[in-house]
Each structure stands twice: as structure tokens, then as C-alpha cells.
Write a protein that binds this ligand. Structure first.
Ligand code: SF4
Length: 337
């Protein structure tokens, strides 16, 4: 019945186990699962139920993560195992992230880590992205894939909600070349109400990733009436600028109604343009629109020269010489080929 023994478990009295992977720190009784439903206490031991149980694998342009300052124009082998520790009502991947009778990990075929890396190499990818669902919940599998990927010359990427503990980050950060953290709201009460999780650990993860030298980009999906007010948008922009750095790219995306959440209409483009303006006002050098056909190129913050043109996913015209603007020599931060 067991799957893969989980890391980051603290054994408590009466066979209970506390999972220390994410900031929920679930205390789990024997026979029960944690809030994410992919970690289970089996007779006093914590097991990962989604180890190698992939529910999605695709070859994606790295821009789709989104990562705009990390190997632009390259492909990333993108995989996901089921499971999430958030409950965002508007999740566009709810069918694979939230566990339901149709997508329990045990129903999925096991994919050995070496198969993932071989597929990535065969498809010409330069990185492996752990994405679509919440990747941190597949810690044990991801560590094995990342180790093999590194041996094959590939880099590893997380696209995450950032709800990790310091212990989790200590294991994971050294294996990552880049991460995109989705900060879903900039108000504790709003964040809790719509995700079921606290905001503060997410902010701490962003700072820790930056500190660890992982290339970091931040995404925010602006949902009308939820997180698009001036206070939250400006507060988030100021957090990125002051705590993470003005070189950290910020992606501000339009929300579109999902089948399970149609109460709110799509984000007007003007809302995104207003947020981009706020980001620039607080000093962020790279602010991008997501799910928009505008504001996707990279301009030199010093002289305005267009240094990266993005024509569509996977088509990036890069005009950088050793990471500097070819016109004025200003350093454009990122991970370039
Ligand atoms: S990963 Fe988070 S939600 Fe899942 S069992 Fe561990 S602490 Fe709970």
C-alpha cells in the first residue's frame, strides 16, 4: 500500500506525523492524509503518494512559465504530478491540481526520473520545469529528476505558489536555476480567503530564493474585485522592489473565468496597464503584461532600446551582448545563453 517514503517528517506521539514540507505543517494521524491529499501517514510513517505519478508532461517555451529573463527562446520540459496545498477558486489547472476520484495519484502510471530527463534531452529542451500543479508537493521525485537533469546539462525550474518551509527550501533551492513565484494577493485576509493559506510564508520564500541565488520572477493574476485595488497592487510592487530588488521581473496577468468559477468577469486590459504603471512608478525595471498581446518585450531601463522582442511563445529575438544593452551597455539582469 505504501508509496515513497517522504522527507521532512517529524514523528509525534500516538503515531502522528507532522509534515514539514509546506507552511501548513499538517499534523497527520495514522491512516490520514495532509491537506494536499498527496502525503499520507501509513502506520506512523509519512509517504509521498504522487512520487513519479505524472499527470502532465509537455514541451513548452520557457516564456510560458512565465520566465522572461531566463534562457529566452528556449524549450522547457514541463511536468506535473497531481496535488496542491492551495484552494484557489479560479485555478485554471484545478482538474489536475486538486485531487478528485478521477485523478488520484495511484491511478497514474509511474514514470522513472531518468525517462523524464531522456525525454527532455530528446526534445531539445534546456531545462525541466516542475509546473502546472504545485511542484513542491513532489519534493522527493523532483530532487531525483533535478540531480539527473544536472548530470545531463539541463537546469531545473519551479513554478510555484511559494508556500514552502525553510526546511523545504534548504533541500530544493540548491537544485534550482530559476523559479517563478505566483503571489496571489497582497493582503493576509484576502490571501487566506481565496487560497486557504497565509501570505507571509510566500513572501519569505521569495526572499529566500533570491538570497539562495535562484533566478526569480514573480507573477500576479489580477482578479477584479479580489486583488486589483490600488492598495494591494502598490503594496506588492513595493514589496518586490524593496525586498527582492528592482531587477526582479514582475508579470501581471489577466484573469479569465474558469468553468468552476464564473462569478467574476475577465480582467479589463486597462487594469493590467494601470498595475504596470504602478510597478514602474515604484522603480521596477521589468514589468510585463500576461495574457495580453502587449507589454511583453524587454526594453533597456537606461536608454529604452528594445533588447528582447517576444513575437509569441518560444519566439524571442534577443539583442544582448554578454547580458548588456548593445546600445548603452546597461546590464540587463537574467540568465542568458
Ligand atoms: S505538503 Fe503541506 S499540505 Fe501537504 S501534508 Fe505536508 S504540510 Fe500538509
Amino acid at each position: 500500500m505504501s508509496e515513497h517514503l517522504a522527507l521532512l517528517a517529524t514523528h509525534l506521539e500516538a503515531g502522528k506525523v507532522r509534515c514539514e514540507l509546506c507552511a501548513h505543517r499538517c499534523v497527520i494521524r495514522p491512516g490520514q492524509k495532509g491537506l494536499c491529499r498527496v502525503r499520507e501517514n501509513q502506520a506512523g510513517e509519512l509517504y509521498s503518494l504522487n512520487f513519479g505519478r505524472l499527470i502532465a508532461s509537455h514541451v513548452d517555451p520557457i516564456e510560458k512559465k512565465p520566465l522572461y529573463h531566463f534562457l529566452p527562446g528556449s524549450l522547457s520540459y514541463s511536468i506535473a504530478s497531481p496535488g496542491c496545498n492551495f484552494r484557489c477558486q479560479w485555478c485554471q489547472n484545478a482538474d489536475i491540481s486538486q485531487i478528485s476520484p478521477g485523478n488520484e495519484p495511484g491511478h497514474l502510471r509511474f514514470t522513472p526520473p531518468e525517462h523524464v530527463v531522456a525525454a527532455a534531452v530528446d526534445s531539445g529542451c534546456e531545462s525541466i520545469s516542475f509546473t502546472y500543479t504545485e511542484p513542491s508537493l513532489s519534493l522527493e521525485y523532483n530532487l531525483e529528476v533535478s540531480r539527473l537533469a544536472q548530470e545531463a546539462g539541463l537546469r531545473s525550474v519551479y513554478v510555484t505558489n511559494g508556500y514552502m518551509t525553510a526546511e523545504m527550501l534548504k533541500l530544493t533551492a540548491p537544485t534550482l536555476a530559476a523559479a517563478n513565484v505566483d503571489i496571489k494577493a497582497f493582503d493576509e485576509a484576502v490571501h487566506r480567503r481565496y487560497t486557504g493559506a497565509r501570505l507571509q510564508p510566500v513572501l519569505e520564500t521569495c526572499a529566500a530564493l533570491k538570497q539562495a541565488g535562484v533566478w526569480l520572477e514573480v507573477t500576479t493574476l489580477l482578479v477584479p474585485g479580489v486583488n486589483d485595488d490600488e492598495r494591494q497592487v502598490r503594496g506588492l510592487a513595493e514589496f518586490v522592489a524593496s525586498k527582492l530588488g528592482t531587477d526582479v521581473p514582475w508579470h501581471i496577468s489577466r484573469y479569465f473565468p474558469q468553468p468552476q468559477f464564473r462569478e467574476i468577469a475577465a480582467t479589463p486590459p486597462e487594469t493590467i496597464f494601470r498595475a504596470i504603471k504602478i510597478g514602474r512608478e515604484v522603480g521596477l525595471k521589468y514589468v510585463y503584461g500576461g495574457n495580453l498581446r502587449a507589454s511583453v518585450d524587454t526594453d533597456c531601463p537606461s536608454c529604452g532600446e528594445r533588447v528582447i522582442r517576444r513575437l509569441g511563445y518560444g519566439e524571442a529575438g534577443v539583442d544582448l551582448k554578454d547580458g548588456v544593452c548593445p546600445k548603452c551597455g546597461f546590464p540587463i539582469k537574467g540568465v542568458w545563453k
